[in-house]
Design a protein around this ligand. Sequence first.
Ligand code: IPE
Length: 258
Amino acid sequence: MRDLVVLKVGGSVLTDKNKSSTARPEQIARVAREIHEGLSGGLVLIHGAGSFGHHQAKEYGLKNGLNEKSIKGIWPTHYAVKSLNNMIIEALAKNGVNALPVHPLSACTLKDGRIDSMCTDVIELMLDANVVPVLHGDAVLDREKGIDILSGDQLVVYLARELRAKKVGIGTNVDGVYDVKEFNVIREITPGNIESVRGMLSGSSGVDVTGGMYGKIMELMELANAGIPSQVFNAEKEGNIARFLNGGVCEGTSIRGE
Ligand code: IPE
């Protein structure tokens, strides 16, 4: 069994979230370099949309289900996030990392916003061939709502479980999960402190179309209880991605099970 890592790099690290479809090429290049440096076993890379997708998803109301307006927004949203995906794969190739895209719009279905089915065979074959599959948050067809937005965070949890990953990394543009009252990073979340963590997070509100911190933490906690620990860390800080991948000390929030 290969040692598989599932890593998400948030859209805010790779793009300028304030300007529609604006990349941060120097950050994309650095992330690719660090992946090259840190890579040892198998890696599934997932990236967020940032300004490539959130703007379009909001403009066309893709979270409101399928209607005359949203149906016209599926392609522009998918096209935007796919352009970011191309840039990441190209940057990885420049660093000698073989990577290929897997687009959720064409590889999965949702039911009420949750993944209902996903073709993971292609991902497994890529991993067997030492290729890094690169997925992303996307507009995805939904059995109940018609259409919805699938976040990279949901993909992380689903794929880590399906592919029996060894660990999960969530790279964001902050130093970890914050206690919003004390304004410091919560170093460790375990079944023992998860209830008090809930209080520490209240007040934080998701500003993107797939937001919601406590829900995300609860999903990572469930994953940790199933034997897959995760680390939320600052992927903007030079060296953190490489350290996370090669098993070094990478500061942030550790989410560990029993
Ligand atoms: C959002 O994905 C996908 C679209 C809006 C198309 P994410 O929720 O994973 O993206 P970030 O990390 O917040 O940018």
